[in-house]
Write a protein that binds this ligand. Structure first.
Ligand SMILES: COc1cc(O)cc(Nc2ccc(C(=O)Nc3ccccc3)c(OCCC[NH3+])c2)c1
Length: 343
């Protein structure tokens, strides 16, 4: 297990839980609280060295900028950013119940009610990102994790967080998410709006939740691309007509005819079963600092409460920020908070 001195005394690295383009994600322990976190370790040496390297470094900077601006009940929380000469370390919220992908596979497929419960949360997170001028561009079950209460959290903004308004074609070449979830205009190489392309991926996601398989899949990639660009997919006989119509409204090949996120929020398919209200996209978090957490941190560090408040309000995303967010999460789980007192 390689060691990273910058983490010593703050985090203890454990097993690897994910591998991505630029590096890996490891489970770790935040030593002051004893709580689990995920640490995404980006090896700068693996970033592109060609002229697209600018876009790789830019993309990571944009992902970090986006995560610092996004705080939402269905989005994985960034706790701390550490940069050294050779690496970036993103300390992130950890989800013990794993990926939505495995949840679906283990159940073959979900009932309409189960799918609706999850899809309302996914739509809430995506609408929130779009309202903040970002898009995700890699929406798929592997990037949706389950927390302790089996609520979903959206992860991995590594590919995109591009401002709305789409990106130019040449940047497309560097990253276009996972082909099976990519909109026709993305794989066709045209200019496109990232938020409209996200809606296509939402359609693929809902199909996967309800059917337990992908709408566009073929071992021959060219055949799969042909199916996507022509919007050809199998409609199982047992799907309800409302589900079929809702999926069809998102899987419109022509971006101009595709349903908009605002109409998804109040779609009749999402406002049926136990639900009578449109999906709420606003964040349920407020900027008020929690007195109990502040008090515990002031006590531990033997400083005044106002010094802790002063430090947190600068949102440095340092160890203090991480400690605060983790204590807040412990309180939300009615877990007694107590920082590991120095001996
Ligand atoms: C904003 O959230 C982000 C951004 C980002 O760039 C990367 C990640 N990556 C994460 C975060 C957490 C986990 C995680 O907790 N995984 C896990 C835990 C227990 C069992 C199984 C998985 C993570 O997992 C990596 C594999 C997910 N496909 C990645 C979050």
């Amino acid at each position: 297990m390689p060691s990273y001195p910058v983490l010593n005394g703050f985090y203890e690295l454990q097993r690897t839980i994910g591998n991505g383009g630029f590096g890996k994600v490891k489970q770790a322990v935040h030593l002051l609280t004893g709580e689990h976190v995920a640490i995404k370790i980006i090896d700068k040496a693996k970033l592109g060295v060609s002229d697209t390297s600018e876009s790789d470094v830019q993309r990571i900077a944009l992902e970090i900028k986006a995560m610092k601006e996004l705080r939402h009940q269905y989005i994985c929380q960034l706790y701390q950013v550490i940069e050294t000469e050779h690496h970036y370390f993103l300390v992130l919220e950890y989800f013990c119940n794993g990926e939505l992908f495995d949840y679906i596979v283990n159940r073959n497929r979900l009932s309409e009610d189960q799918a609706r419960h999850f899809f309302r949360q996914i739509v809430s997170a995506v609408a929130y990102i779009h309202k903040r001028g970002y898009c995700h561009r890699d929406l798929k079950p592997e990037n949706l994790l389950l927390d302790r209460r089996d609520n979903l959290k959206l992860i991995d903004f590594g590919l995109c967080a591009q401002p709305k308004g789409g990106i130019s074609v040449e940047q497309l070449g560097t990253a276009c998410g996972s082909p099976a979830y990519a909109a026709p205009e993305i794989i066709g190489g045209q200019n496109y709006r990232g938020d409209v392309a996200d809606v296509w991926s939402l359609g693929v996601l809902l199909y996967a939740l309800l059917c337990g398989c992908l709408p566009f899949d073929d071992e021959n990639i060219a055949t799969m691309y042909m199916k996507i660009q022509n919007g050809i997919y199998h409609v199982p006989t047992w799907l309800s007509i409302e589900s079929i119509n809702f999926i069809r409204s998102m899987l419109q090949v022509d971006p101009a005819r595709r349903i908009r996120i605002d109409d998804i929020l109040r779609h009749r398919w999402l406002m049926s079963g136990p639900y009578t209200e449109a999906v709420q996209w606003e964040s349920t978090f407020n900027n008020k600092l929690d007195a109990t957490c502040i008090g515990e941190m002031a006590l531990y560090h033997k400083v005044t409460v106002s010094e802790i408040v002063q430090e947190l309000s600068q949102k440095r995303y340092d160890y203090t920020t991480a400690t605060y967010f983790i204590l807040l999460d412990m309180i939300s789980r009615n877990k007694a908070i107590r920082l590991n007192r120095r001996h």
